[in-house]
Design a protein around this ligand. Structure first.
Ligand code: GDP
Ligand code: MG
Length: 288
């Protein structure tokens, strides 16, 4: 059985960093993992692990921009479309891996998660090849600094989720920036006062959005109030939108996230799958 984890989310969310940590974890656990890079703009030198499959071997963004005079965004879209037309290339590249875990580091262009056929087509192809596939969607913990930003992150996760219709795990990345002790670390962006609120973000509390009528001092147009209520209702009706915290400085946190991924894909079906609930408790005890 082959497995693939699509590592998705907006640019800068920490996808490539997480993919590398995931690889390290698999190697340390004597499991076979391979990195696949589908981001035509990624600089190869930044990879800790050499990707076994790299979209840049098929098409290079620089070539597209130079030869076709595209700007960076148009160039990227061209690259995705080129891969869609050349899925047999990917299929051939994937042919040699058996019984393995593929970690697919995806690009961060937001259109890929809203309406572009790139990821849905990729998923269909992986499924046709009988590769068990799930997606993780990362958003940066700085989204929790501002609840309006946070809800836009939740909505982006939802939009990506409905687009793909595969097993799905949302991850709040860079939790080290949130949970580190601010007295020792000036980069901590959310102080201890707010730590109790973190749980309300990880398991989104729709009342976060309802609690204030608008930004301080602004009286909100009642039309927006109605829109917010509709969004609150949506989040309440869809408990799928919750986030697993990921702190890469903490091995337990990474292992918990990977256990969820294994469980979601029923990795090693002969083995007894671990119940993620058993692993959750005590991971972030100071968040209560
Ligand atoms: N503090 C912290 N920084 C991170 C973490 N993960 C990624 N970063 C930083 O965030 C930036 C973007 O990370 P990258 O993995 O390239 O994001 P991608 O665009 O989603 O692939 C880089 O500067 C990373 O060093 C994390 O867990 N903690
Ligand atoms: Mg990246």
């Amino acid at each position: 059985m082959r497995y693939a984890v699509l590592v998705t989310g907006p640019a800068g969310a920490g996808k490539s960093t997480f993919s590398a940590s995931f690889m390290t974890h698999l190697q340390n656990s004597k499991r076979t993992g391979h990195l696949v890079n589908l981001d035509p703009a990624a600089s190869t030198s930044s990879f800790e692990y050499e990707p076994v499959i790299d979209i840049k071997d098929l098409i290079s963004l620089d070539d597209v921009m130079n030869e076709l005079q595209f700007g960076p965004n148009g160039g990227l879209v061209y690259c995705f479309e080129y891969l869609l037309e050349n899925m047999d290339w990917l299929e051939e590249e994937l042919g040699s891996f058996d019984d393995d875990y593929l970690i697919i580091d995806c690009p961060g262009q937001i259109e890929l998660y809203t309406h572009h056929p790139f990821l849905p087509t990729l998923v269909k192809n992986l499924q046709r090849l009988s590769i068990r596939t799930c997606a993780v969607y990362l958003i940066d913990s700085q989204f929790m600094e501002d609840k309006y930003k946070f809800f836009s992150g939740v909505l982006s996760a939802m939009s990506a989720m409905v687009n793909l219709e595969i097993p799905w795990i949302n991850i709040m990345s860079k939790m080290d920036l949130v949970t580190s002790n601010p007295e020792h670390d000036t980069s901590a962006r959310i102080g201890p006062r707010k730590r109790k609120d973190i749980a309300r973000f990880l398991d989104p509390d729709p009342l976060l959005l309802a609690s204030e009528p608008g930004h301080e001092g602004n009286v909100m147009n009642p039309k927006f109030h109605a829109l917010n209520r509709a969004i609150i209702q949506l989040i309440e009706d869809h408990p799928l939108v919750s986030f697993l915290p990921l702190d890469l400085t903490n091995t337990d946190s990474l292992e918990t996230v990977i256990s969820h991924i294994d469980y979601t894909m029923q990795y090693g079906e002969d083995e007894e799958p671990k119940e993620p609930h058993d692993l959750d408790e005590g991971d972030f005890p100071d968040l209560e």
